[in-house]
Ligand binder design. Structure first.
Ligand code: HEC
Ligand code: HEC
Length: 347
């Protein structure tokens, strides 16, 4: 009996040790940063391409109000409702007490590339750093300088309301081992400069994959179903397949896609809405060359059938039309049905 207990204890200790070792946060050292004089104009451009204000700008009314106050007042306060609980988007204005005014550039780079806060704790991937990690060091240094130039706002945001075990940040270490490596985007030497630029914008700052892809039970994106559409985690319909298949963008030309990003109009005279609307507003502010590059990359994606079966898509639409309460889906992540934000949460 005692032997069995001891064995159990040893197993528990070994398990805890393995958990500890597997979940040690990896960070980027300051020496990894290139010498680069910050370019504020580029920082602002990257900020727009990355849609930071969509989540971090203070909402006008309640925490789930989709309208934001000024895009450069990053007081936080929006709430992202997920099946795991509620995330309260933090204040990232340069206020020293309630914002990130004390963060160094390398602190910021670690949040963006490693999903690790200055105190070494993991950040939740509701903050889409699984995409932002692909951004270049230069763009991140510029972005940090731009954030530093914005108004400091004193505003305390309530803590997240997450149930066990999601409230334990350390547990994210395992998720990080699967989905976070901090590697910057690597251009494909065989692809054109336009395609590489498009791939960078889509994969990095644009974080398009976060909303347009289905996720596995861990809240990770299913590689073979990237961009093939996803169920909205809150049950309100689906996010469309944007691969060039019959289920997806099919016959859309590169110009059609670029035009949608610029104007919000689809080739069949529809107007883009839902969570894509604020994304499109940001895309409209990019250069025509960048919109064309994004379109070129989207056109080059492997054509895939819808990841969400048609029957389920229909069911969701009907539910919406009936005004019935949307079913809670098991999908742990995706884009917010309640807001203009995606919240990808590990399960
Ligand atoms: C989809 C919504 C969303 C978007 C878009 C987003 N964030 Fe966040 N961000 C969050 C959430 C939620 C957290 C809180 C994560 C946590 O507590 O672990 C967060 C945390 C952060 C933090 C850590 C703050 C702290 O006090 O620990 C920084 C820095 C940050 N975001 C910067 C940015 C920047 C810069 C951008 C644009 C490039 C951006 N975020 C885009 C949702 C978002
Ligand atoms: C916050 C979640 C979110 C992000 C991020 C996002 N999308 Fe979307 N996207 C949507 C939703 C939702 C729709 C459907 C909107 C509608 O039906 O009105 C959509 C629609 C589209 C469409 C039109 C598809 C069709 O069949 O009509 C295209 C093209 C598109 N997105 C491209 C992109 C690109 C490129 C990016 C990255 C720059 C991106 N999206 C990022 C949520 C998102």
């Amino acid at each position: 009996m005692r032997k069995a207990l001891l064995a159990l204890l040893a197993l528990a200790v070994a398990g805890a040790l393995v958990f500890y070792l597997l979940t040690i946060p990896a960070t980027v050292p300051a020496s990894a940063l290139p010498a680069h004089a910050p370019d504020l104009a580029n920082g602002k451009y990257v900020f727009t391409a990355a849609g930071c204000a969509e989540c971090h700008a203070a909402p006008v009314k309640g925490c789930d109000d989709l309208k934001t106050k000024e895009k450069d007042v990053l007081a936080g306060g929006r709430c992202l409702k997920t099946p795991f609980g509620i995330f309260h988007v933090p204040n990232i204005s340069p206020d020293k007490e309630t914002g990130i005014g004390n963060w160094t550039t390398v602190d910021f780079v670690n949040a963006m590339k490693r999903g690790v806060a200055p105190d070494g704790s993991y950040l939740y991937p509701a903050f889409p750093y699984a995409s932002y990690q692909r951004m270049s060091y230069e763009d991140l240094i510029d972005l940090k300088a731009y954030l530093d130039s914005l108004p400091a706002v004193k505003s305390e945001v309530p803590p997240h309301e997450l149930g066990f075990p999601f409230n334990i940040r350390r547990g994210l270490g395992l998720w990080h081992r699967l989905y976070v490596d901090g590697e910057s985007f690597v251009p494909d030497p065989h692809a054109s400069a336009e395609l590489n630029r498009g791939a960078y914008l889509v994969r990095g700052p644009g974080h398009c994959v976060e909303c347009h892809s289905s996720r596995n039970i861990l809240g990770g994106i299913v590689k073979d179903e990237e961009f093939a559409g996803a169920k909205n985690p809150e049950g309100k319909g689906t996010v469309p397949n944007i691969t060039p298949s019959d289920d997806g963008l099919g016959e859309w030309s590169q110009d059609d896609i670029a035009y949608l990003l610029e104007t919000g109009n689809t080739p069949d005279f529809d107007v883009i809405g839902e969570t894509m609307a604020p994304v499109q507003e940001n895309m409209a502010q990019l250069t025509p060359e960048d919109r064309k590059a994004i379109a070129a990359y989207i056109k080059s994606l492997p054509a895939r059938p819808d990841a969400v079966p048609k029957s389920e898509q229909k069911k969701d639409d009907e539910e919406e039309e009936d005004g019935a309460a949307p079913a809670e889906t098991p999908e742990p992540a995706g884009e917010g049905g309640n807001g203009q934000q995606e919240h990808d949460v590990p399960e």
